[in-house]
Design a protein around this ligand. Structure first.
Ligand SMILES: NC(=O)c1ccc[n+]([C@@H]2O[C@H](COP(=O)([O-])OP(=O)(O)OC[C@H]3O[C@@H](n4cnc5c(N)ncnc54)[C@H](OP(=O)(O)O)[C@@H]3O)[C@@H](O)[C@H]2O)c1
Length: 224
């Protein structure tokens, strides 16, 4: 599948790109700048010579991708999504975006007046109403993805469309040690996004590459 990653130049975007490319997907590396997209695609090719990485500006990437991933800071949503809304119609659009602030006490989930009353994923859905927005990969570590570590992690997946959630569960099998779990509608996305603040605090306190693992599910598949 051809996967467009907006902000594919960043830490998480490159981490996802390398894993999906290693599993045989074609990656469109999106950026606000063709030059930065070129440079990130070159870095990815050096890391994975067998991978296919096509650099494009974000709006062109939206047209080129069969599925898209929004991997930018939350402040960029409002400017980034509207120009590509038509190109994203009917496509699965994964949001990894977390609304966090970073201060003296480390990463904290935005709350109250600081945050519009919706999750980042919900904002993207509002700005691209015909896209099939799904929240996923918010809690995975960029460094571990880039190094293609076996993550032993669960990926919490929410979205309006059950079929879109299932598509992302299947895609998640491309990431070694990651299991996608269906967590229902997009309304739960805000909690998943906020959990990343907790995970960053754990990494800072104890070191390592923390992510989430859910126990006690009788009928869920084993983590690969
Ligand atoms: N890092 C992690 O471990 C991690 C884990 C899980 C989830 N996340 C989430 O994933 C998203 C990306 O994380 P990241 O660490 O890769 O972030 P990042 O490196 O700060 O940003 C990713 C890319 O977004 C683009 N960008 C920056 N500011 C922008 C703006 N105002 N508008 C549009 N695009 C902008 C930049 O690409 P161009 O300049 O090339 O356009 C940048 O390379 C964030 O929402 C983060 O919360 C991160």
């Amino acid at each position: 599948m051809k996967i467009a990653i907006f902000g594919g130049t960043g830490d998480l975007g490159r981490g996802l790109a390398i894993n999906f490319a290693a599993a045989g997907h074609e990656i469109v590396v999106g950026s606000r700048s063709q030059e930065r997209a070129d440079s990130a695609a070159e870095t990815l090719r050096e890391a994975l010579p067998s991978g296919t990485f096509t650099p494009l500006e974000n709006v062109e990437a939206a047209s080129a991708g069969e599925l898209a991933i929004v991997s930018i800071p939350w402040e960029g949503i409002e400017a980034t999504i509207p120009p590509m809304a038509d190109a994203l119609a009917d496509k699965v659009v994964i949001s990894v975006v977390n609304a966090l602030k970073f201060g003296k006490s480390g990463a904290i989930a935005l709350q109250g007046d600081e945050l519009p009353d919706k999750s980042c994923a919900h904002q993207i859905q509002d700005l691209a109403p015909d896209a099939r927005v799904v929240v996923a990969y918010n809690n995975l570590p960029a460094a571990g993805l880039q190094a293609q570590h076996h993550l032993d992690a669960d990926v919490l997946i929410c979205g309006k469309s059950k079929a879109a959630r299932q598509e992302v569960i299947e895609l998640t099998k491309s990431i070694p040690g990651a299991r996608g779990l269906d967590c229902g509608p997009l309304a739960n996305a805000l909690i998943i996004e906020g959990m990343t603040g907790v995970i960053i605090q754990l990494n800072n306190r104890y070191g390592g590459e923390a992510s989430l693992a859910i126990s006690g599910l009788e009928n869920a598949p084993e983590r690969p």
